[in-house]
Design a protein around this ligand. Structure first.
Ligand code: SAH
Length: 218
């Protein structure tokens, strides 16, 4: 095995251990992380830090999420093989790729064309055929494809994401960072089957904001 591959393997093993020790224990989630090459999703400048458990800058002033947060959010969604999942904020496409390995179909929305195109290239390179992308304002969800079994928002919603909750199945689950400040609460909404939700605050997180409309710049 090439030195570099061995190195990547060691670093991945270390990362998985760190995630486990922080409570990401779902085997399907850990396997998805193990089989998704994070260096492919990071900028050239940060490739050597791709296996670190930290968020890193990507194009358009955005960030690729920290692996622990990706693992935690994916686990919190309790995804079933048959589920159709909506993701808001494609970014690098890393979280999308993880979801695609666990769910039946992943619909993902991004407001920067550049990020969308780059992510699409990565999905193609990895042979992920169950990802459907859309350039648009994810705050509005994807009404034509609703309702969804699961929804994940990877940008901070200023308040309760009402439009998105209305596109969730009665027993569905939505996970989103909620809050206006630099630190938000990672919130899980679990449908009670009667149109209501049980709401749970999981941990404090730092996400880039969910902005209105599509980006004017590329
Ligand atoms: N899941 C991504 C995280 C990207 S950061 C990853 O793993 O790389 C959050 C992303 O949400 C950014 O790319 C940002 O452009 C996008 N975003 C913010 N507001 C949005 C909106 N209203 N609609 C769609 N995408 C949005």
């Amino acid at each position: 095995m090439a030195e570099r591959d061995k190195d990547a393997e060691t670093q991945m093993a270390r990362l998985l251990l760190a995630l486990r020790s922080q409570g990401v224990t779902d085997a399907k989630v850990l396997h998805a992380i193990e089989t998704t090459p994070r260096p492919l999703f990071t900028q050239e400048l940060f490739k050597d830090r791709a296996f670190e458990d930290s968020a890193l800058p990507i194009a358009c002033g955005q960030t690729i999420s920290q692996p622990f947060i990706v693992g935690l959010m994916t686990q919190a969604l309790k995804i079933d093989r048959r589920d159709r999942v909506l993701e808001i904020g494609t970014g690098s496409g890393y979280q999308t790729a993880i979801l695609s390995k666990i769910a039946r179909l992943v619909y993902t929305v991004e407001r920067y064309r550049t990020l969308m195109r780059e992510a699409e290239g990565r999905f193609k390179e990895l042979g992920l055929t169950n990802v459907i992308t859309r350039f648009g304002d994810g705050g509005e969800g994807w009404p034509e494809q609703a309702p969804f079994d699961r929804i994940m928002v990877t940008a901070a919603a200023p308040g309760e994401p009402k439009a998105l909750l209305s596109q969730l199945k009665p027993n569905g689950i939505l996970v989103a960072p909620v809050g206006k400040g630099p630190v938000q609460s990672l919130r899980r909404y679990v449908g009670d089957g009667k149109g209501g939700f049980e709401v749970e605050d999981l941990i404090d997180v730092r996400f880039v904001p969910l902005l209105e409309g599509v980006a004017k710049e590329l």
